[in-house]
Design a binder for this molecule. Sequence first.
Ligand code: FES
Length: 108
Amino acid sequence: MKCAIKFIVHYEGRIYFLESNNSEYRNLMSLLKDKICPEDFGQCGGMGRCGTCLVKISRGSSDSEMFYRNEHETLRKIGIVDPEIRLSCQIHVNEGLKNVVVQLLDNN
Ligand code: FES
């Protein structure tokens, strides 16, 4: 049985109550792109290189960690030092996102 993963996303003054499950999306970027369609979001397709999929996770969880590939280097290049700001393409959609508040950041 698939377990629903429910979380909240803030974007451009709106609040989205989203729901998914473990196998529906490859990562959080794909889910946000599909359900919210932010402009110019996730331009490298999830390679962790473009930095156009930034989110702030207000209440994170260790289960949502992926943090490999190019995330550290990409965040460093664009001057991000806040550990709550992540590349959404490097975050799994799993139980770690349950009840988390995600703020979609302006990538420009
Ligand atoms: S989609 Fe390019 S860094 Fe996430």
